[in-house]
Design a protein around this ligand. Structure first.
Ligand SMILES: C[S@@+](CC[C@H](N)C(=O)[O-])C[C@H]1O[C@@H](n2cnc3c(N)ncnc32)[C@H](O)[C@@H]1O
Length: 192
């Protein structure tokens, strides 16, 4: 195995030869790049008849339970998704919060054959009043992402956000918080 640290999507500076790979796994990647440019680039790296396994593509649903103030929950989730949609990569929009569903359209439009697709949702919930090992840390990381994304935007009062986060963190400490994020996995075949 060879490790290479490089920008796989740098315009005009490809680190890979055309058709060099039998297949590519891009796990939790496609929502970070411009979808059309990124997918077109990945296709060039795969040999004819090869495959692309694009996994963990976020698809528009985040849910925290139990509800606190429903309007505030909805506002925070909408702003969180908006922060994904405002992300830019090499000056272009990224796949953002609807990457999953966009790949259904874009893959075939770029000549890819859809071999398999399915959900890879995150569903974290206490069972018998406890989380599995690491789930509480995972949930704290998710809350950190929400905090980081919303603090950059300044579209919600810092106190309101801090209060909401404090209650959600308390729910983690008491093994009460449920978290759901909807994601999709795609296996595409590159025409041979
Ligand atoms: C959210 S992380 C997922 C990491 C890993 N696949 C995993 O699931 O633990 C996004 C990853 O996408 C890859 N990535 C993002 N932009 C990239 C770029 N321009 N060129 C190459 N890789 C990139 C990096 O490996 C980065 O760590």
């Amino acid at each position: 195995m060879e490790f290479l640290a490089a920008d796989a999507f740098a315009p005009g500076q490809s680190p890979f030869q055309r058709g060099v790979f039998d297949g590519i796994i891009a796990h939790a990647v496609m929502d970070l790049v411009n979808l059309e440019a990124g997918l077109s680039t990945l296709i060039t790296y795969v040999r004819p008849g090869g495959w692309l396994y694009l996994t963990l593509n976020f698809d528009g649903l985040t849910q925290f339970l139990p509800p606190l103030t429903p309007d505030l929950d909805a506002q925070i989730i909408a702003l969180y998704h908006q922060s994904m949609d405002e992300r830019r990569f090499h000056g272009l929009p990224t796949g953002g919060s609807t990457t999953g569903r966009a790949l259904f359209v874009l893959g075939p439009a770029l000549g890819l054959d859809l071999m398999a697709v399915g959900a890879s949702d995150w569903v974290v919930s206490p069972r018998h009043g406890k989380y599995q090992p690491d789930e509480a840390d995972f949930l704290r990381s998710i809350l950190y992402f929400v905090e980081d994304s919303l603090s950059r935007q300044a579209l919600i009062s810092p106190t309101t956000l801090a209060d909401w986060l404090a209650i959600r963190k308390e729910q983690i400490a008491h093994c009460e918080l449920v978290f759901i994020a909807h994601q999709l996995d795609f296996l595409f075949r590159v025409p041979g």
